[in-house]
Design a protein around this ligand. Sequence first.
Ligand SMILES: [Zn+2]
Length: 127
Amino acid sequence: MLNDKINGTIVWLKCKDCLAEYPTFIFSGDTDMATSGYRAYTSIESKKLFLYSMPEKLSKGTQVRLIRVDKAKPRKGEDFQAYLRRANNAKPVYVYKCIACTEGRSLSVKCMTTSELVKSGYDVVYE
Ligand SMILES: [Zn+2]
């Protein structure tokens, strides 16, 4: 949680192709994005994570777009019940379009708190 109004998680991403690393912000499921209007944009150049309260304020950074969520796939010869158990325990992998090389695929490396993000050199900016 960032403040009273914004619930969600800072996620650190790494591109499989260009190896760029940067954060994004995932709003939690109970935040109604349509009414809250919040948007998260990332600027690698200025090392800032922008959280915009109004869409008309969007000016800096790039929106990190989710492409797909990978879930565990059945393995060859695996019993169906065993697969279901494994799939239910496995964390889904979130795959994003890389904002650095624009062609690559970025995967979530870890979740972090605001202070951990600041320690890694980024600022969180509310606009
Ligand atoms: Zn990349």
